[in-house]
Design a protein around this ligand. Sequence first.
Ligand SMILES: Cc1cc2nc3c(=O)[nH]c(=O)nc-3n(C[C@H](O)[C@H](O)[C@H](O)COP(=O)(O)O)c2cc1C
Length: 202
Amino acid sequence: MELAPIKREFALTLPVVLVSTVDQAGTRNLAPYSNVTPLLRSTDLIVLASWHRRDTLKNIRRTGEFVVSVPGVALADKIMPAAMHYPPQVDEFSQAGLEAKPSRLVRPPGVAGCLAWLECRLRKQYLEKSYVLVVGQVLRLEMDERFVTPQGGLDLSKAQPLMASLDEEGVNWATVRDLGKGAPYGAMFPHGQDPLAKLYRD
Ligand SMILES: Cc1cc2nc3c(=O)[nH]c(=O)nc-3n(C[C@H](O)[C@H](O)[C@H](O)COP(=O)(O)O)c2cc1C
């Protein structure tokens, strides 16, 4: 079955995160973003794509700071309230019924009850006419220890990170399932060694 190229997001299951910012007066803003990914492995960068018409983007550009909170499925019903458009002076945490979790290194708080929090500083913007690719440097990364495996990853069956599968009618909330099998990074290389392994050792 062939689909119109504009439907490309129907073919890709997307992450869902909550991006929090503050404006110059300190008003808290919150918005879900799905166009978000770490920038390759072994950097401390993440990239998100934002339409220009976003208070989130305006705040990031003015203050240089944002927090990416990673929700689990328990927060699925809070995503659309957080996506509603409000005037910039409205506190969107209150509107969405979400509690703030103070950050350590940046002004915007994260969202309490999430699985992980990335405190970020604006590093670079790639400007297009209607949208911007925002590259953020992760200054501080925290995961709720209840959901961390001995190998340092997310325990997917416990954490149930929120994902989205899109279609012509809207968003279908989803999560991922651990298949119970995997492979070491070294399996990509003929000598079986991961050249980046030492970067990840504490
Ligand atoms: C699941 C989901 C994912 C979204 N992802 C993005 C995104 O990646 N980029 C974007 O610009 N808007 C995205 N939006 C739309 C914004 O969240 C929405 O327009 C919000 O009102 C923006 O708020 P703000 O103006 O306070 O920043 C998404 C909405 C939903 C529900």
